[in-house]
Structures are given as structure tokens and as C-alpha cells.
Design a binder for this molecule. Structure first.
Ligand code: AGP
Length: 590
């Protein structure tokens, strides 16, 4: 996934576009570049490295002119290199493009263009776009027409922004199955992957697929795929600048962990009538399938236990990248529930497309307003937990789990009771986070050179083991596995050696006795047992204390210290937890 931005301003655009581009870096950060038009000349600079490194090397913010486009890359087609960095230009160096997405028919298009004499420099799929536009302009089309025709030749998902010496003062943007937001602020009009990149904006709009947006300092024009003008009202963006600010925290991830208690409370703020209707729709559905990826899937797995134990409703959780292989069993009697912080994850949106094709009802639990997924769903339940900037999901995960508590208890007509219990649990989280976490930091110091971490738990706590393992490996790069405690003896136990850290999530609930006996199996083979529990035990070599709460609420109080442990381990290993290597905040490619 990448970040794209374009700005048409009444002043030098590059410094403003660069500021917005920095706010998109969470989407990808292996290379970056910008382009502008000034006095009929295309200026283009790009390089490998993070945005500020490239700016230091190339002077991105020095580019002249009142229109500029920018890109920060997460490599998909073509390795990490300067020539593969965006923007990409046409043969005549009149047109430059930045793109997010995948052009599935790029090889066929590249061949066709090469046969017409176009010279390609990069290995990317993106580079076909400026050459296609150049070809259509050569054949007599206006730039608008050329961009529309180009988009119609592309297969796959894309959001791209174009500037050209032919139309100084204008940038153009178009998208399909990919995020693109159009906005306005005091400096002009802009197109971006994420509205958070331009927090000063005062009005926004979300173009539909294949609608061409033409931006100038004066305003915005929109054309449909036939080139016919469209009127679209701009709305207030509804974002708060300070939420995009790291404050006094060293990393966004720590800030967002500290916001987890608030995230629990925010999840309880729902339209009771609509929420109750949705909960009953889920309860009455003949078949319920929840689909999600990564941390969102682990939240869904907690939800699965809650639906069963509270509402006696069985459901299945299918990871989104595998969902398409189950579409034969999805029909109009199926309720598909999706969970996605970004609402842009391609695996999830792809699954929803198939679900809709089979006439299933789709309800989505999302954080980002205006996301693609929010527009593909019959109904949306918002997390309301504010922007989550760190790549690692923390407060959104906690918020998602809280929404599942609300849904499960609403199914048995306990909406208010659930909200009150969650507010009480959020106070417990405040206590956990207000405690001096030196013991967790000490644990991280002790195990910062570990090669492997194992997390085990049972029942509703098992998804917490998986989530904690994912958090650790994605930001510290320590290999980590989360597994049902009962599974340990079926193979993974062979990996336990003297001193191997094994985190056992075992509150005094219905899973305690059996989980402890599984922990003993690991201990007797030399494991260092880290017990996450409401009471200490002689089996533990280190005890992470959690408060006593109602049995089903232990996942919420267990995951918070384990998010902190992962954060401390990453920092002690000298990693940047906000920008883990190879990853991106929202994976908008399948
Ligand atoms: C979680 O820390 C990871 N960043 C990743 O697994 C993430 O949860 C996954 O990509 C799903 O993202 P989404 O919730 O935005 O769909």
C-alpha cells in the first residue's frame, strides 16, 4: 500500500504537499518522490528512503510551481530502487503520475505501448499510466479525456494523481477500489489517500469509482466516465487536528496504548436503536460468518466466543484472504460481519465483493469514516476510537473487542448493562496503565535478545495469545507464536528449550486449571513461564498482574499489558514501533 497526495495551490505547492506526504508515511516508507510543474517544465525528484531522507537528498520541498504531487511507497511490483520510486513520467517528460494500487494487466499494456515506441525505465506496474495518457494525448485527446480513457484500460485497483505541462495549474485524480479523498483548505485543493494527511482541511468529498476529479487553486470539477460534469457536495471532514499529534509520547504506538481505556468507552457510544436492530439481525441470521485480517481477526475470534457464550449464537471466523474459497457456502441467508480498522484492507473488501455477489447481508465494524468498506456495507458500526497512526493495531483492537461485547450482550437485551460493565473495565485499564510499568520494562530488558516467544491460552483468552504474538513479531521482529494451550503438546512443545519465554494467559476463569497444566508441560521442559493472571502462582517465573473482572472480560485486561510488553521489547531492540519494516498500516493489495 502507498500514500499519494496532490495539491493545486495559490502558492508554492511542494512544501505543503511534502507536509501532507509525511502524514501518509504510515502507508509505506521504502522510497518517496514528488513532481511539480513550473513555467511549462516538469520537475521530478525521487529516491530510496524515508520521506525526510529523500527530501534531504533531493530537495523535494524546493520544487517550484503551484501544483505538486507526492508519493511514499510500499513496494509491490518492482524492488525498492530510485527508478521504481514514484512519480513516474511519460517519454516526453510532460506528464507525471503517483499511484496506489495494483494494475493487474500492466504487462499487456506495457507490451502494447512498447510496440508503439514507448520507452520504459522502471519495473513497476504504475509506469504504464503516464505512457497511456501520453498516447491518448498524442491521438488528439484532451488531458481529461486521456486520463478517463487510460483509467478504462486499467484492470485492478488504483488511485492515481496526474499533472502535466499541458495543463499548468491543474492536477487530476481518479480511483477504482482504492482510497481517494478530495479536500479543500486555505492553501488550495488537494487529493490524498487519507484525509489525515491534510488535517487543516475544511471540506472534503469522496469520489466514486471512475469519476475524474480536476483540481485547481480555484476549485474542483468532477466528470463521470463519459466526461459529463457531476455536482458533488463537499462535507465537513470531522477530524480533530490534535488526534494526529504524537503529543509528548516518543511513539504513536505508546500514545495509542494509553488511549485504550478511552477506546473501550468510545465503543459503547452507539445509536442504541440501530445497534439493537443490527445485533438482532445477526442473532436471527441463518448463518453468520465474520471475516477480517490480522489483529481485527483476533478481535473477531473473541467475538465468536462471546456470541456463543452470551447469546448462544454460533458463528464462524474466516480470515479474509481465505474467504473467497468459501464463497460457495455464502448465500442470502448469510450475515457477513467484517472487522477492519482502516476499512481499506483489500483482502476484506475483496471478500465483501464476493459476499454481495451471493446476496449476503454485510455489516462492517470500522474505525475510518468514509473508507471503501464503509461504502460497500449495508450497515456500519464505527469504533469512534480516533485515528490510529501506528502500524501496530492497539486501541482499535481493544475497541473492536468492546463492540463485540456490546453486540453479544445486546442480543440478550443487555445493551446498557454491557456499556456499564465496559466502562467499569475501562477504569481497570486506566489502573493498569497508570501503574509503574518498570516490571514490564525489566522483563523486556531481560528478553530483548530472545529468538522466540510463545503465548498460550484457552477459550476466550486464546485470541489474546495470538494477538500478543502478532504485536510482538511485527514491531520487534522476534519470532512469536500464539496458540491454544491444549495444542502445545501436539508439536510446538518440541521447540521449548531451557529459558524459552512462554507467556501463559490464565486468569482464574473457567480455563485456569487446564491452562496451568499445559503451562506445566512447558515448564518441565525448561520454559521461563510468564503468567498473566489475577493471582500469582509458584509456577510463574514472572507474574504480570491483571485485575479480577467478570470471566468474559479477561481478554480486555490481558491484552493491554501484553501490548506494552511488545512495545518495550521493540524499543529495547532499537526498533521504531510506529514504522515496522516491510509492513504498512493498511494493506490495500491482495
Ligand atoms: C495489526 O497490528 C497489523 N497492523 C495488521 O495485522 C492489521 O490488523 C491488519 O492488516 C488488518 O488491518 P485492518 O484492521 O485495517 O483491516
Amino acid at each position: 500500500m502507498c500514500g499519494i497526495i496532490g495539491l493545486a495551490s495559490n502558492k508554492q505547492a511542494a512544501p505543503l504537499a511534502l507536509r501532507g506526504l509525511r502524514n501518509l508515511e504510515y502507508r509505506g516508507y521504502d522510497s518517496a518522490g514528488m513532481a511539480s510543474i513550473h513555467e511549462g517544465h516538469l520537475w521530478l525528484r525521487k529516491d530510496v528512503g524515508r520521506i525526510d531522507e529523500v527530501n534531504q537528498k533531493q530537495g523535494l520541498d524546493q520544487l517550484p510551481g503551484n501544483i505538486a504531487i507526492g508519493h511514499t511507497r510500499w513496494a509491490t511490483h518492482g524492488g525498492v530502487s530510485q527508478k521504481n520510486a514514484h512519480p513516474h513520467a511519460d517519454c516526453g517528460s510532460n506528464i507525471a503520475v503517483v499511484h496506489n494500487g495494483i494494475i493487474e494487466n500492466h504487462q499487456e499494456l506495457r507490451k502494447k505501448l512498447q510496440d508503439r515506441g514507448h520507452i520504459f525505465i522502471s519495473e513497476t506496474d504504475t509506469e504504464v499510466i503516464p505512457h497511456l495518457i501520453e498516447q491518448h494525448v498524442k491521438e488528439g485527446g484532451s488531458l481529461e479525456k486521456a486520463v478517463i480513457l487510460t483509467s478504462q484500460e486499467l484492470k485492478g485497483s488504483f488511485a492515481f494523481i496526474v499533472l502535466s505541462t499541458q495543463e499548468e495549474g491543474k492536477i487530476m485524480a481518479i480511483k477504482r477500489d482504492n482510497p481517494l479523498v478530495i479536500g479543500h483548505d486555505a492553501n488550495g485543493t488537494f487529493a490524498t489517500s487519507d484525509i489525515l494527511s491534510m488535517p487543516q482541511c475544511d471540506r472534503v468529498l469522496f469520489p466514486e469509482d471512475d469519476e475524474l476529479v480536476i483540481l485547481s487553486a480555484k476549485g474542483i470539477t468532477m466528470l463521470d466516465s463519459r466526461g459529463k460534469k457531476i455536482d458533488r457536495e463537499m462535507i465537513s471532514p470531522g477530524i480533530e487536528q490534535q488526534e494526529y499529534d504524537r503529543g509528548n509520547y516518543q511513539h504513536f504506538m505508546l500514545k495509542e496504548i494509553m488511549e485504550e481505556p478511552q477506546a473501550v468507552r468510545a465503543a459503547t457510544i452507539q445509536d442504541k436503536k440501530l445497534f439493537t436492530q443490527l445485533a438482532m439481525d445477526i442473532l436471527r441470521a441463518r448463518q453468520v460468518v465474520i471475516t477480517a485480517c490480522g489483529s481485527s481477526r483476533y478481535a473477531a475470534l473473541v467475538g465468536r466466543y462471546l456470541f456463543s457464550e452470551v447469546a448462544k449464537k454460533f458463528c464462524e471466523v474466516v480470515m479474509s484472504s481465505e474467504f473467497q474459497y468459501f464463497s460457495d457456502s455464502i448465500d442470502s441467508n448469510t450475515m457477513v460481519l467484517t472487522v477492519s480498522q482502516s476499512g481499506e484492507t483489500a483482502d476484506v473488501t475483496e471478500g465483501v465483493k464476493r459476499a454481495r455477489a451471493n446476496n449476503a447481508q454485510v455489516i462492517s465494524i470500522i474505525n475510518r469514516v468514509g473508507s471503501i468498506l464503509s461504502r460497500m456495507s449495508d450497515e456500519v458500526i464505527y469504533l469512534n476510537c480516533g485515528p490510529e497512526i501506528a502500524v501496530a493495531a492497539t486501541k482499535s483492537l481493544v475497541s473492536q473487542i468492546s463492540v463485540f461485547y456490546m453486540l453479544a450482550y445486546t442480543m440478550v437485551n443487555q445493551f446498557d448493562e454491557a456499556a456499564n460493565r465496559l466502562k467499569d473495565v475501562s477504569q481497570e485499564l486506566e489502573t493498569i496503565l497508570s501503574h509503574n510499568n518498570s516490571s514490564l520494562e525489566g522483563l523486556a530488558e531481560r528478553f530483548k535478545d530472545s529468538l522466540d516467544f510463545y503465548y498460550i491460552a484457552r477459550g476466550i483468552n486464546f485470541p489474546v495469545a495470538s494477538e500478543a504474538a502478532l504485536k510482538l513479531k511485527e514491531i520487534s521482529y522476534i519470532h512469536a507464536e500464539g496458540l491454544p494451550a491444549g495444542e502445545l503438546k501436539h508439536g510446538t512443545l518440541a521447540l521449548i528449550e531451557q529459558g524459552t519465554p512462554v507467556v501463559v494467559i490464565c486468569p482464574h476463569d473457567y480455563t485456569f486449571d487446564e491452562t496451568m497444566s499445559n503451562a506445566m508441560e512447558a515448564k518441565s521442559r525448561g520454559a521461563f513461564i510468564i503468567g498473566v493472571s489475577d493471582e500469582n502462582n509458584e509456577l510463574y517465573d514472572h507474574w504480570i498482574q491483571i485485575p479480577k473482572v467478570d470471566n468474559l472480560f479477561y481478554p480486555l485486561v490481558s491484552i493491554v499489558p501484553l501490548h506494552l510488553l511488545a512495545y518495550y521489547l521493540a524499543v529495547k531492540r532499537g526498533k521504531n514501533p510506529d514504522r515496522p519494516r516491510n509492513l504498512a498500516k493498511s494493506v490495500t493489495v491482495k
